[in-house]
Every structure is written in structure tokens, then in C-alpha cells.
Design a protein around this ligand. Structure first.
Ligand SMILES: [Zn+2]
Length: 252
């Protein structure tokens, strides 16, 4: 009988369709640790601080959104070597799901962010490398950008910032988690009232101002917490494993 790790990895690979989604992240099991998995840590970023907390919480597997291995990795040295050494020494499995977890319809960051606003008429939005990764939809009632920001602050924590250059009351919103600023032209084209993403880009200011677009920034980290948390709940239901969210917010 295959060890639970293999069953979980097979399930994740299939559920997240990692083989069919083009990504700079090498999604899947990036570092192989212990075969027996009883507790899974969930985190946004693969980093030493998260690994140490995972070991303290007695996790045998870590599921992260931003993994350790990306296209273009050419050597295991410096901080990367230290991370790999730590993971192997502690038998900690590292599984990464980047874009597959942004765009997933059930547990993805963007699906969860759309659900937090109770949107209707939800449809895919945000073309990235030929794939739609976000969502757009209609608010249950018109809200100011600050109202929407406060709803998210309650749901996912963190602080928010805005470019309040559009309508006072917003009906239509579009969401791309993380660094989704590239989708601003698409939001303008589609006449969206409020575009929501994680992280600002300097060039957004005048682009939004001149097109009278509201932009809401949730913080890269906080906009990408919901996916790993939702996926953890899914794994707990599917496999009866314990899960622990490992909160390690960044200052970005
Ligand atoms: Zn990200």
C-alpha cells in the first residue's frame, strides 16, 4: 500500500491539474521527506522561518504557494542549500502549488477572494500567460472601495491600500491575487468599477487615475493566504490528516 504521502501527492497533482498549467514555479512535490504524513503545515512562502515553525508544530509535510524551486534554478547553494539541508534533515516534504492554486475554481486564492464578497455573475478574468487566473463579478450591493477593503480586512487580515480614482459606489469588481497589476488594462477595457489585487506597481497610479479606475490592494501575502487554507481543509476532509496554518506575513 503506498504511503500516505504518495496518496496525498497524487491527489494534489490531479486535483490542482499541475501538469496542464504553465507556470514559472515547478509545482508539485519539490523536496521529498518522510513517507508517513499525519500533519500538514500550510503556508504562503517556502522559507526558513516557515520550515522551523512546521517542525515545531510536528508537521511532516508543508504545502506552500510560493515554493523553493522555480524555472531557472541553476544551483543549490547559499540560502537555497541551507533550506534544502534543513528540509531533508527534518524529513519535511515540501509541496508547492503556485498558479494552480491561484486559479483553482474550488479552493483557489481568487475563488476564495470572490466568495468573500458574495459576488454574483462570477466569471473568469485576468489573462496571464494565456491562462485566466482571476475572477470578476457583481457585488450584492454597491460598496465603496474602502467598504470592500474593510470586508477583506475582516476576512483575511492585514491592511489594505487604495487608488480611489473611480466611482464612489462599486458594483463590478475583478480580482487577481498576488502581483496582478498587469490585469489593470483588462479591468479598464471591461469597465470594472474596482480592481482588486495584492501588490501595487508604481505604474498603476496614472493608469488608474486617467481611466477613473478604483484599485484595492490587499497585500501580496494576505491575498494569497485563502488558497492554502482552503486546500488544507480539503485535505483534512479527504485524508483525515491534521493541518496547521503557519502564519509568516511578509513586509511587502
Ligand atoms: Zn504570489
Amino acid at each position: 500500500m503506498p504511503a500516505l504521502r504518495q496518496k496525498i501527492v497524487d491527489f494534489l497533482n490531479e486535483f490542482l491539474a499541475i501538469k496542464t498549467i504553465k507556470d514559472a514555479s515547478c509545482n508539485g512535490l519539490q523536496v521529498q521527506g518522510a513517507p508517513d504524513v499525519r500533519r500538514i503545515g500550510l503556508a504562503v512562502d517556502a522559507c526558513m522561518a516557515v520550515y522551523k515553525k512546521a517542525v515545531t508544530k510536528r508537521c511532516q509535510m508543508l504545502l506552500v504557494h510560493h515554493g523553493l524551486i522555480w524555472n531557472g534554478l541553476t544551483s543549490i547553494s547559499g540560502a537555497t542549500a541551507a533550506q534544502v539541508r534543513f528540509l531533508l534533515a527534518h524529513g519535511l516534504n515540501l509541496y508547492a502549488a503556485h498558479l494552480p492554486l491561484d486559479l483553482h475554481a474550488e479552493v483557489g486564492n481568487n475563488a476564495m477572494l470572490a466568495r468573500a464578497l458574495h459576488l454574483s455573475s462570477v466569471k473568469p478574468f485576468g489573462v496571464y500567460k494565456g491562462q485566466l487566473i482571476g475572477y470578476q463579478g457583481v457585488m450584492p450591493q454597491a460598496a465603496t472601495v474602502d467598504d470592500i477593503g474593510r470586508t477583506y480586512r475582516k476576512a483575511i487580515g492585514g491592511t489594505f491600500s487604495t487608488l480611489p480614482f473611480g466611482k464612489k459606489k462599486c458594483w463590478t469588481v475583478a480580482i487577481v491575487s498576488g502581483g496582478g497589476s498587469d490585469a489593470i488594462p483588462e479591468a479598464i477595457d471591461k469597465g470594472i468599477d474596482c480592481f482588486i489585487t495584492g501588490e501595487p506597481d508604481h505604474s498603476n497610479h496614472h493608469a488608474a487615475l486617467e481611466s477613473k479606475l478604483n484599485v484595492l490592494y490587499l497585500g501580496h501575502y494576505h491575498s494569497e493566504k485563502p488558497g492554502v487554507i482552503a486546500l488544507g481543509k480539503k485535505l483534512a476532509r479527504e485524508f483525515g490528516v491534521e493541518t496547521a496554518f503557519i502564519d509568516e506575513p511578509t513586509l511587502v
